[in-house]
Write a new protein. Structure first.
Length: 104
């Protein structure tokens, strides 16, 4: 199943928001670590240092938390459209596991 309806996209955004800021970063690091680039394994995408700093600010600032959520949401869709194996299904399923406390 591909999560491409408005309701599915809202659910991904909502699930992200249910995680603490640093768990959101942990999710994104995991998601990006799943990227396969064929013969160029050293070129894996990473979470930007600015995004990590935003997560630190988001621990104590609701506006920063909302900005972090939006930033990561956009990043998920951006990398999912750039890497064949990084699907929205993969992101959604992992987020559900994390929200339910079944994975870190």
């Amino acid at each position: 199943m591909q999560y491409d309806t408005l309701d599915d996209r809202r659910e991904i955004y909502h699930l992200l928001g249910r995680l603490s800021p640093m768990k959101r970063i942990g999710f994104m690091r995991w998601f990006l670590s799943q990227a396969h680039l064929g013969p160029w394994p050293a070129l894996k995408p990473v979470v930007a240092p600015e995004t990590v700093e935003l997560a630190r600010q988001a621990e104590h600032d609701d506006a920063a938390a909302e900005k972090l959520n939006l930033t990561l949401y956009i990043d998920i869709f951006s990398v999912a459209s750039s890497y064949e194996n990084l699907t929205l299904d993969l992101a959604f399923n992992r987020l559900v596991e994390m929200v339910k406390g079944k994975s870190e």
